[in-house]
Design a protein. Structure first.
Length: 214
């Protein structure tokens, strides 16, 4: 297993392959990240590497977070995420991890991030419900209709598809292909769309690797 990396979604564009075919890609500013903790079976019961990303002012972090990062002589970092590995012998505390070390062109990866928040949405937008009749005096155009039986059970069951907050959920898009890597600018071009709007924190990991949010 290889290591994943954290990054920021910059937006979408297109590139052309050798045959001139246009490929839609998402541009991600991947890293550089800092190794903030190395977990072993002796100390934690499993092996993993924790990465920190996005430097911030020290006042933005709590004292426990600052103390944790100081063990690796790392700068104040906003985001921490660990990636489980079979072997962590090749990593050292405080080491800088760049995109070209974790990802290769043509590799299949999973990208995790928060989807775009769309606020309080109705039935049709949120669950793709059909509308009611639009003529003959019908007053049921975008209404939900019946929400359950009457006397029995006398309530609405939890989990029913109704209006509510839409989006802003953790989403993983699996099996995307890495098209290009620019190691000088820490840019990774991934075929297709990934969750979130520009500026969203995303995690890129090989499809056989699981990232755990901390």
């Amino acid at each position: 297993m290889s290591l994943g990396i954290l990054g920021t979604k910059l937006g979408m564009t297109q590139v052309f392959d050798e045959t001139g075919r246009a490929i839609p890609v998402t541009v991600i500013q991947a890293g550089p990240c800092t190794v903030t903790q190395i977990k072993t079976k002796e100390t934690d019961g499993y092996t993993a590497v924790q990465l920190g990303f996005q430097e911030v002012k020290e006042k933005a972090l709590s004292k426990p977070e600052i103390g944790h990062l100081s063990k690796a002589n790392a700068k104040p970092l906003r985001h921490l995420r660990e990636y489980r590995l079979v072997d962590v012998a090749g990593f050292t505390l405080g080491e800088e991890i760049r995109a070209d070390r974790c990802i290769e062109v043509g590799q299949i990866v999973d990208v995790t991030g928060n989807s775009i928040g769309r606020g309080f949405a109705g039935y049709q937008k949120r669950h793709n419900f059909g509308r009611g009749p639009m003529s003959h005096g019908s007053k049921n155009h975008r209404l939900p209709g019946s929400t359950g039986a009457g006397t029995t059970p006398g309530r609405v069951y939890p989990g029913k598809r109704m209006a509510g907050r839409m989006g802003n959920e953790r989403v993983t898009v699996k099996k995307l292909t890495v098209v290009r890597i620019d190691p000088d600018r820490n840019l990774v071009l991934i075929k297709g769309a990934v969750p979130g709007k520009p500026g969203t924190l995303v995690s890129i990991a090989p499809s056989n690797l699981v990232g755990r949010q901390k």
